[in-house]
Design a protein around this ligand. Structure first.
Ligand code: AMP
Length: 285
C-alpha cells in the first residue's frame, strides 16, 4: 500500500489505473479505523481493482463545541489495518492540502441536512458534503463506500452525487457491531467502563422495537415509545431524538412500511452516539 499526501500524486497514480481499464473503490474515513471501516475497505476491494482509503479529520463537520482537537488518532495502526484489509492507497492529506485557501465554495444538500442530526448540528452535513465533494473530484470516476451506521450522511451523499452528476456510484454497507450490539464507532473509546455497559441499551432498544414490529405493530408512536422507555431506564443516557422516517427522504413516518428507518441519537455522558435500523428488518444482536 502506498501512502500519499498530495492530491496531484494520488491523481497521477489513479490515472495510470484508469488508463488500464481498472476500477477504483473509494473509502472516505476520519481514521482511528475499526472493523466497521475495514468492512468498507474489504467490500471495496471485492468489487474493484484498486482501493483508495482516505483519512482526514474534517474540521468543517465539527462545530466549535465538538471534539475536533481530541478526535482519536493512530496513523501507524491505521496504516497496518488499511493495508491488511486490501487498501492499495492510503490518502492522508494535510489540512493545507485540502484547504490551500479558505474555501469560498461549499456544498449543502437542502432539507436532508436540516433534520435529525442536522437539527442539533446545523453545519455538520454541509461540512461532510463539501469534503466528500472534494474527494470525489480528486479521485474521479469510482465507486464510493459509506456505512449505513451514518444513515443520514449516506442519504445526503447519495443525493449530492445525483444532484451534481458525479460519476461516482455510492454504495451503502451494513452496520458492524460489537459483541453486545453497540455499533462500532471511533468515538466509543471516549466511554468509561460504566458508560460502555449502559450504551448496550441502544441496540437493545432497537431490538425490542423490532420484536414489536415483527409481531405486527405498525404505529410509529408506539415504537418510539418502546425505544424511549428502554433508553430512559438508564440514568447515563440522554435521548437527543428517536424518530421513524422514510429512509430516503427522511420525512417523519406515522405508519411503518418497508422504507421506514428507525433512527436514534443519544448522549452517554459527553459522547454522542447514533444507531439505526430498517424497521422491518431489525438488527442482529
Ligand atoms: P468515520 O471515520 O466515522 O467518518 O466513518 C467513515 C466511514 O465508515 C463512514 O462511511 C461511516 O458510516 C463508516 N462506518 C463507521 N462506523 C461504522 C460501522 N460500525 N459499521 C459500518 N460502517 C461504519
Amino acid at each position: 500500500m502506498d501512502t500519499i499526501i498530495t492530491s496531484k500524486d494520488l491523481q497521477n497514480h489513479l490515472d495510470d489505473f484508469r488508463n488500464s481499464q481498472k476500477s477504483i473503490g473509494l473509502v472516505p474515513t476520519m481514521g482511528y479505523l475499526h472493523d466497521g471501516h475495514l468492512s468498507l475497505i474489504r467490500k471495496a476491494k471485492s468489487e474493484n481493482d484498486a482501493v483508495v482509503t482516505t483519512i482526514f479529520v474534517n474540521p468543517l463537520q465539527f462545530s466549535e463545541t465538538e471534539d475536533l482537537d481530541i478526535y482519536p488518532k493512530d496513523i501507524e495502526k491505521d496504516t497496518f489495518l488499511a493495508s491488511d484489509s486490501g487498501s492499495d492507497f492510503l490518502f492522508t492529506p494535510t489540512y493545507e492540502e485540502m484547504f490551500c485557501d479558505d474555501l469560498l465554495t461549499t456544498v449543502s444538500v437542502q432539507e436532508l441536512s436540516s433534520v435529525l442530526e442536522g437539527a442539533s448540528r446545523p453545519t455538520h452535513f454541509s461540512g461532510v458534503a463539501t469534503i466528500v465533494a472534494k474527494l470525489f473530484n480528486i479521485v474521479g470516476v469510482c465507486s464510493a463506500y459509506f456505512g449505513e451506521k451514518d444513515w443520514q450522511q449516506l442519504q445526503v451523499i447519495k443525493r449530492m452525487a445525483q444532484d451534481l452528476s458525479y460519476r461516482v456510484e455510492i454504495k451503502g454497507c451494513p452496520i458492524v457491531r460489537e459483541k453486545d450490539g453497540l455499533a462500532m464507532s471511533s468515538r466509543n473509546v471516549y466511554l468509561t467502563n460504566d458508560q460502555r455497559k449502559e450504551a448496550s441499551n441502544i441496540p437493545e432498544s432497537l431490538w425490542k422495537a423490532h420484536e414489536k414490529i415483527k409481531n405486527g405493530e405498525r404505529q410509529s408512536t408506539v415504537i418510539k415509545g418502546i425505544i424511549s422507555e428502554r433508553l430512559d431506564r438508564s440514568s447515563m443516557i440522554d435521548i437527543d431524538y428517536v424518530e421513524l422516517v422514510n429512509g430516503e427522504n427522511l420525512t417523519i413516518t406515522d405508519e411503518i412500511d418497508e422504507l421506514t428507518r428507525v433512527l436514534v441519537a443519544v448522549r452517554v455522558g459527553t459522547t454522542r452516539l447514533i444507531d439505526n435500523m430498517n424497521a422491518l428488518e431489525g438488527i442482529n444482536l
